[in-house]
Design a protein around this ligand. Structure first.
Ligand code: ADP
Length: 268
């Protein structure tokens, strides 16, 4: 297991984050009141960037854990390691954040094993404690500690649903793709692409988002637009950039690919 030096997780330079509503004020108010936060929204719409920005703003180290279906409570809390015949305890990322007053961001929380919720719950209510079962201890969270989790409600699967007992502990912030003007601004800032072309990419994204549910599981995210824009800014032909960075990322279905490529050819 990797050990963390929390200072390495401090964000020194202001990350570029374009607000889309009152999410900064809400997060700050939640943080000041020691309330945990749930970021809801599709992939690639700025949740991680927002957390980086907030951690910078609040001057706290940010520890991000991308949850996956093998992630257990021990991965978060810590475990015993045997080194040279000696056993020593290593704190996991959550424990380190709890002790040192960091912000722990659990990305795509529903992907993690169910036992992870057991360790999060007592941290996410007014007890603010972390039980470490293997050590038989209970750690009180540093007053500056905060927990945030993200969740994509779009997947709509019973298995990937967040339980009421979890969601009712969190202040929810809803994220979505920004409106066209803001999204164009983000694409320009992130890629250096000229505004007119960025605007057309955003229009293209809107078309793919309309196909959600009729052949596509998700439309093009802001992240994919930034990828395509970077290729275009590097001189790649726009249709090939959209094909490689967006269409292929959205689907493997040959008919859908052809339709999405047709949409980009109509714009560029
Ligand atoms: P998520 O965590 O929601 O999957 P990210 O935060 O990683 O998405 O966003 C993907 C990319 O999109 C970022 O790296 C950034 O380039 C861009 N982006 C999306 N929304 C914003 C925003 N509001 N401000 C700045 N950049 C953004």
């Amino acid at each position: 297991m990797r050990t963390f030096k929390l200072d390495e997780y401090r964000i020194d330079d202001e990350p570029y984050y374009q607000p889309t509503g009152d999410e900064i004020e809400l997060f700050e108010a939640a943080y000041r009141n020691q309330l945990p936060v749930l970021l809801k929204g599709p992939t690639g719409c700025g949740k991680t960037r927002f957390m980086e920005y907030m951690a910078w703003r609040l001057k706290r180290p940010l520890i991000t854990v991308s949850c996956h279906d093998d992630l257990t409570a021990s991965d978060l809390v810590g475990r015993y390691l045997i080194k040279g015949g000696e056993t020593s305890w290593i704190d996991g990322p959550l424990t380190q954040a709890v002790k040192a007053g960091g912000i722990c961001y659990l990305d795509e929380i529903v992907e993690a094993r169910k036992d992870t919720m057991v360790v999060i719950h007592p941290l996410a209510d007014d007890r603010r404690v972390l039980p470490i079962e293997k050590l038989g201890t209970l750690i009180e969270a540093d007053p500056e500690f905060a927990i945030a989790i993200s969740y994509n409600p779009g997947y709509q699967s019973v298995l990937k649903d967040l339980k009421q007992s979890t969601r009712q502990r969190f202040i929810a912030l809803e994220f979505d793709y920004p409106d066209a003007t803001l999204e164009t601004e983000i694409v320009v800032r992130e890629s250096g692409l000229e505004r007119e072309l960025a605007g057309r990419l955003v229009k293209f994204a809107g078309m793919t988002r309309n196909l959600k549910g009729s052949g596509l599981e998700e439309g093009a995210s802001t992240r994919l637009l930034v990828h395509a824009a970077k290729l275009m800014a590097a001189g790649v032909n726009p249709v090939s950039a959209c094909q490689g960075a967006i269409a292929q990322a959205l689907t493997d279905d040959p008919e859908m690919l052809a339709s999405v490529n047709e949409l980009s050819s109509s714009l560029f």
